[in-house]
Every structure is written in structure tokens, then in C-alpha cells.
Design a protein around this ligand. Structure first.
Ligand code: SF4
Ligand code: SF4
Length: 76
């Protein structure tokens, strides 16, 4: 069983806050992005709004298993 989680490339983040502003669940995506942490929030709908709205291409979805491990493609 797998699920998607939003992950960030922190060096690209300019802390504009557009991701957080557009999150329908009010999740502080900016804070996670800046720290390079996955948005491991139970309220995340994986709607993709934050990923789509980020002007810097900082955010993307990754697949994780039910235990929360994030698999990063080799070479990244
Ligand atoms: S929209 Fe992108 S650049 Fe702006 S705070 Fe969020 S992750 Fe960072
Ligand atoms: S995928 Fe949707 S619900 Fe999850 S953090 Fe991004 S905007 Fe918020």
C-alpha cells in the first residue's frame, strides 16, 4: 500500500508563502518546505494545490509506504 506525500527542495524555496496560502487545509507548507521536510500531516488531502501554485517548482509528490518512509529516486 502506498500513498503520496508532498516533499520540497528547500534551496528553491523563497518563502513566499503561496503554498500555505492556497492550502485548503491551512497547513503551513512553507515552513516544511524551508526545512526540507515532507508534509507529513494527517489533514493533507494530497489535492496538489501547493505543488501547482509554487512559482519556484519547489514542491512535488513522492510515494511513501504506509510506514511513512519516503522513497527518493536514485540520483536525487
Ligand atoms: S510556494 Fe514554493 S517558494 Fe513559496 S513558500 Fe511555498 S514552497 Fe517556498
Ligand atoms: S496537497 Fe493540498 S492539502 Fe496537502 S499540503 Fe498541499 S495544498 Fe495542502
Amino acid at each position: 500500500m502506498t500513498s503520496a506525500v508532498v516533499v520540497a527542495e528547500p534551496v528553491r524555496c523563497v518563502e513566499c508563502g503561496i503554498c500555505s496560502y492556497n492550502c485548503p487545509m491551512g497547513i503551513d507548507v512553507r515552513s516544511k518546505a524551508r526545512q526540507g521536510l515532507p508534509v507529513a500531516n494527517g489533514y493533507c488531502l494530497t489535492c496538489g494545490e501547493c505543488v501547482a501554485r509554487c512559482p519556484r517548482g519547489t514542491l512535488r509528490f513522492e510515494t511513501s509506504d504506509v510506514f511513512g518512509f519516503v522513497f527518493t529516486p536514485e540520483g536525487e
